[in-house]
Ligand binder design. Structure first.
Ligand code: CP
Ligand code: NVA
Length: 304
C-alpha cells in the first residue's frame, strides 16, 4: 500500500500545487454560489479529532464533506479512548481503516507526525502548536480574490511568533511574498533556525516599520489556546503591538487587514480596524470552506 499524501504544513505541497488549490477553491466557490451540486466525495468520510475548541475549522470541514456528498465525524479526546490513554499510533491505525481522511487539531505538532506515520489515509493539520496551514489556504485565496497575485507583495505580521506566524513564513516561501514580522522580544517565531525560513522573513520589533508600505497586515491573538495562564504577562509584553488605525495608515492605501479569528478587539486589533473597511476577516473566514474543499478534492480525488 503506497503511503498517503498528508497536509501537515504548507511545505507538504509545492508552489504549483498550492496555486492550483487556490484557483480550484475559487472555482468551487463560484460553483457553490451558482447552486451547482458537486458530490465528488459521495460515501466518503472525514474523521475529525479536536483536542482544542473550534468554530470555523469544525464547521467548514463538516460543511465541506456534506456538500461534497460525504460525511464527517467529530471526535473529542474527552469521549474517545484517546482521552483514556489509548496510544496515538493505535488510534491512527484503527481510524484510518474506517474513514477516508482525518483532520487533527492537536496541542503538539509531534502528535500530528506520529498520527501520520501510522495512518493509511491522508492527515490534515487543522492546527497544532506549530502550524495552521488550512488557514493560510483561506488567507491566500482571499488575497488573490481581492488583490490578485501575492508574489512580490509585502505582508506585515504583527504580534506573536506563533503557529499562524509560522504558516505565514512557509507561505512566504511558497507564494513568493516579502514577510516582515514585528513581535516583542521573547516571542519570536521558533522555526527560524531553518535557514530557508530565516531567509524568507525580516524580523523586527517595530509594528509601524513592519507595516510601512505593506499590501497586507495580519495579526492573531496574543495568547493562543493552551497559553491561557500566560495571558496577563502576554498582555504586558504585547501592549504596543496592537494593529490600530496608526499601523494601517503606514500600510499602502489599498492594504487589507486579515485575522484568522477569534479576534479580541482592544487587544491585538482595535475595534476600528477589525470592523473597518479594510478588514477582510469575514471573506477570509468564509474561504476556509472553499479552500478546504479544494484540499479535500486534491487529497482524495486528484491523488486517487
Ligand atoms: N481560525 C480558526 O481556525 O478558527 P477556529 O478556532 O474557530 O477553528
Ligand atoms: N494562534 C491561535 C489561532 C486560533 C485559530 C491559537 O492557536 O489559538
Amino acid at each position: 500500500m503506497s503511503s498517503p499524501r498528508h497536509f501537515l504544513t504548507l511545505l507538504d505541497l509545492d508552489s504549483a500545487q498550492l496555486l492550483g488549490l487556490i484557483q480550484r477553491a475559487r472555482e468551487l466557490k463560484a460553483m457553490q454560489y451558482r447552486g451547482e451540486i458537486y458530490e465528488p466525495l459521495k460515501n466518503r468520510v472525514l474523521g475529525m479529532v479536536f483536542e482544542k475548541s473550534s468554530t470555523r475549522t469544525r464547521v467548514s470541514f463538516e460543511t465541506a464533506m456534506i456538500q461534497f456528498g460525504g460525511g464527517a465525524i467529530f471526535l473529542s479526546p474527552r469521549d474517545t479512548q484517546l482521552g483514556r490513554g489509548e496510544p496515538v499510533e493505535d488510534t491512527a491505525r484503527v481510524l484510518s481503516r474506517m474513514v477516508d481522511v482525518i483532520m487533527l487539531r492537536t496541542y503538539t505538532h509531534e502528535m500530528q507526525e506520529r498520527f501520520a506515520a501510522h495512518s493509511r489515509v491522508p492527515i490534515i493539520n487543522g492546527l497544532s502548536d506549530l502550524h495552521h496551514p488550512c488557514q493560510l489556504l483561506a488567507d491566500m485565496q482571499t488575497f488573490f480574490e481581492l488583490r490578485g497575485d501575492i508574489r512580490g507583495k509585502t505582508v506585515a505580521w504583527i504580534g506573536d511568533g506563533n503557529n499562524m506566524c509560522h504558516s505565514y513564513i512557509h507561505a512566504a516561501r511558497r507564494f513568493g511574498f516579502q514577510l516582515r514580522i514585528a513581535c516583542p522580544e521573547g516571542y519570536d517565531p521558533t522555526i527560524l533556525d531553518d535557514p530557508e525560513n530565516a531567509a524568507a522573513v525580516r524580523l523586527g520589533r517595530d509594528p509601524l516599520a513592519a507595516a510601512d508600505g505593506a499590501d497586507l497586515v495580519v495579526t492573531d491573538v496574543w495568547a493562543s489556546m493552551g497559553q491561557e495562564e500566560e495571558t496577563r504577562q502576554r498582555e504586558r509584553a504585547f501592549a504596543s503591538f496592537q494593529v490600530d488605525a496608526a499601523v494601517m495608515r503606514r500600510a499602502r492605501p489599498d492594504a487589507i487587514f486579515m485575522h484568522c479569528l477569534p479576534a479580541h478587539r482592544g487587544e491585538e486589533v482595535s475595534a476600528e480596524v477589525m470592523d473597518g473597511p479594510r478588514s477582510v476577516a469575514w471573506d477570509e473566514a468564509e474561504n476556509r470552506l472553499h479552500a478546504q474543499k479544494a484540499l479535500l478534492e486534491f487529497l482524495l480525488v486528484k491523488s486517487d
